[in-house]
Write a protein that binds this ligand. Structure first.
Ligand SMILES: Cc1cc2nc3c(=O)[nH]c(=O)nc-3n(C[C@H](O)[C@H](O)[C@H](O)COP(=O)(O)OP(=O)(O)OC[C@H]3O[C@@H](n4cnc5c(N)ncnc54)[C@H](O)[C@@H]3O)c2cc1C
Length: 385
């Protein structure tokens, strides 16, 4: 086997899922994560259809994932007086299997940690490709050389910036921001969603943390400054009705806040030399509904192609891209912002009617099913474990 040492940047979903396979194929894996520990925040994420289930099953984690599933639940769209206007069925927002992002990340981490090296609280500062490896420097650790490097570090990928170029070339802002906040408020089940034009708040239900989506011009802010992000949210939700003032009061005291733009990644090539991108770093579409499924299936294909090519990265990266790019097309098509936070009362009404009268719902579910299963999974060489 060629190229046996692999450095993965990012320990969320794509990184640990890839580590899982590479370890089993006999690679020596190091995962570097910028956060000081595993990031367990976020709402529930979902898997849908045969392809996702098959990959989870081949990983040997389908039963574990099922054991942790939230069960999914309907969500009521309410008016300012709290009256139900329409119901979003659980199968629409939660796929076939819904699990909190934190539980999934922890499950993948616990499966892989004993057999690979995790380095938390560090980040790559430079990548220099040589004839037989990639020389890597870090913010904290000593420099090292690896055979291959994988950027599984999300939509704002550090590896992509260092190797492919600045983020502005690959990430398109889609006109909305979103936030997930642990408010500590209990709204029970079913979850409630409240809209005013260009703004949405969802609370309660199995998706868990309070969830905000709002339309905005691009904002300048520090991605690591939670207090600043809370102020942006406060400003965006000022004057909103229903129970929003109470929710915003809880946001002001919250410790866990995840705030980001709704954006889409578009990149012509997933790899350059010995460096390759996986998951949101390569084909992210915030809240597009398939980020987690794409990351897990992508990890299966990338690791499988590396094993099938005996570690030859040129062959494996080209095959990964050829097989996976058509499947990742879902990431190019959707924008969840205008759906979750319609820009006018008329658009809110139309969105609500879709659910109230079931217009197009069956069709929408069929289309998403088609996207989630539109790849022929190859059977890769048997793993050692
Ligand atoms: C805290 C958090 C909460 C989320 N909540 C939701 C949610 O509620 N709903 C939803 O649909 N999706 C959510 N996502 C995104 C979702 O996890 C992804 O869309 C999908 O699972 C694909 O995962 P990924 O591993 O490719 O990217 P991500 O999940 O974005 O993970 C990227 C990882 O790389 C790490 N990282 C970033 N920069 C560096 C660096 N310089 N060096 C090393 N590591 C770095 C990040 O800390 C993170 O752990 C969330 C992501 C995170 C990190």
């Amino acid at each position: 086997m060629k190229n046996t040492t692999v450095l993965i940047s990012g320990a969320s979903i794509a990184g640990p899922a890839l580590a899982h396979w590479l370890i089993r194929y006999g690679f020596a894996v190091t995962v570097v994560e910028r956060a000081p520990s595993l990031r367990l925040g976020g709402q529930a994420v979902d898997f849908k259809g045969e392809t996702h289930r098959t990959v989870l099953s081949r990983m040997g984690i389908l039963d574990d994932v099922r054991r942790h599933q939230t069960g999914g639940s309907d969500q009521e769209i309410v008016d300012a007086a709290g009256r139900t206007l329409a119901v979003i069925p659980g199968e629409f927002s939660g796929g076939d299997i819904e699990i909190t992002r934190g539980d999934l990340s922890r499950l993948l981490y616990e499966r892989t940690a004993p057999a690979c090296e995790y380095v938390f609280g560090d980040s790559i500062t430079s990548l220099t490709e040589t004839k037989d490896g990639v020389h890597v420097t870090f913010e904290r650790s000593a420099p090292r050389t690896f055979d291959l490097v994988v950027g599984a570090d999300g939509i704002h990928s550090n590896v992509r910036r260092l190797v492919f170029g600045p983020e502005e070339r690959f990430v398109r802002f889609l006109g909305h921001y979103y936030a997930l906040v642990e408010t500590g408020l209990d709204f029970g089940e079913p979850g409630k969603m409240y809209n005013e034009p260009g703004r949405m708040v969802a609370v309660g239900g199995t998706k868990a943390p309070a969830f905000f989506v709002f339309a905005s011009e691009p904002l300048q802010y520090d991605r690591y400054d939670v207090e600043q992000q809370k102020k942006l949210l406060d400003r965006a939700y000022a004057g909103m009705g229903w129970r929003v003032p109470e929710i915003m009061e809880a946001v002001r005291g919250a410790r866990e806040v995840y705030f980001d733009s709704i954006s889409q990644v578009r990149i012509d090539r997933y790899s350059q030399g010995r460096v390759v991108l996986l998951g949101d770093a390569a084909y992210g579409n915030t809240l597009g509904g398939f980020g987690t499924g794409l990351a897990v299936v992508g990890a299966y294909v990338l690791a499988g192609e590396l094993a099938a090519a005996g570690g030859d990265h040129r062959v494996a990266f080209a095959e990964y891209e050829r097989r996976f790019r058509p499947y990742a097309k879902i990431a190019k098509s959707g924008n969840a912002g205008p759906f979750l936070a319609p820009g006018s009362r008329a658009k809110m009404l139309m969105r609500n009617w879709t659910f109230k009268y079931g217009f197009l719902l069956g069709l929408m579910l069929k289309v998403t099913d088609k996207f989630a299963t539109d790849i022929k999974l190859k059977t890769y060489p048997p793993t050692a474990a």
